[in-house]
Ligand binder design. Sequence first.
Ligand SMILES: Nc1nc2c(ncn2[C@@H]2O[C@H](COP(=O)(O)OP(=O)(O)OP(=O)(O)O)[C@@H](O)[C@H]2O)c(=O)[nH]1
Length: 308
Amino acid sequence: MNPKQFKISNKTTKLNFKSGFIAVVGRPNVGKSTLVNELIGQKLSITSHRPQTTRHRIHVIDTTDDYQMVFVDTPGIHMGNCKAINSYMNKAASSTIANVDVILWLTEVGKWTKEDSRVLEHITRIKTPVILCINKIDKLKYAKEVLPFLDKVSQKYQPTDLFPLSAFKKNDIHALRKLVLHYLPEQALIFDADYITNRSEKFIVSEFIREKLMRHLKDELPYDLTVEIEQFEQNGNLQRISARIFVDKASQKNIVIGNKGVMLKLIGTEARKSIEGFLDRKVFLKLWVKVKQGWSNDKRALASLGYN
Ligand SMILES: Nc1nc2c(ncn2[C@@H]2O[C@H](COP(=O)(O)OP(=O)(O)OP(=O)(O)O)[C@@H](O)[C@H]2O)c(=O)[nH]1
């Protein structure tokens, strides 16, 4: 299903119908986007093994006959980099936790870091119910190995619920969905039943391209680039897309293109396949690389590239 324009619903729903907003927060790389994609059963948020993959807040919506859950996936709250883009990401995450019905706070089993403590500072300021999810427990050999970590976390903070899980396990996702539902108020649909995100098709497509760049390029390079869609035209069952990849330095342009264009071709092929699956039509994708020096630390450049 393709995202349509976000619209407030005026449809009536059955008795006892529940709906509400659920913020998904946590430090980078704990599995927030993976969890959100699993909860809604569709990939809309990009993921990678690298921290700080998600840069923008995105609403993804799951509607059934009984409920409508609006998940708000956020960038990881992080430290140590004070570029304008980093403060944009931290602000997008921390401003989300007010005005939701419940917060899913993700941590990773066995790994409490300073950035988790930073999230805790934000969480303790608000009164919203918090489900503290201890993710990636599939990495443990025995289930009981989670206990010392639960103990450690409980000494720092008493959440409304403590929920160990693996985002990869269907049963865990099912149980978490039931728990979330408990915190949603009985009220009608917030958005029309066929809306699945607040973001445009163009935005999701640019994110799929950025995901492949994050996954294939090494070191710091993925953090120094962004993607802008220049052409997005549908002609019957064919979607023509032209996208520009902005890098920070001239030397980075050659790395993104690769020897004889091999890297850009690989990224283009993988991105095209993902986009075709998402749009459910054939895609002609053209990628360009352009140097835009200092874009990630320039507020005006950021705003013009959609970071606002
Ligand atoms: N083993 C294991 N890996 C997981 C699990 N959930 C997520 N991951 C992996 O953790 C990595 C990070 O996942 P993301 O969903 O991108 O994490 P995120 O918290 O959205 O990351 P940011 O964009 O940095 O905020 C990916 O390689 C995922 O495949 C899990 O339950 N178990």
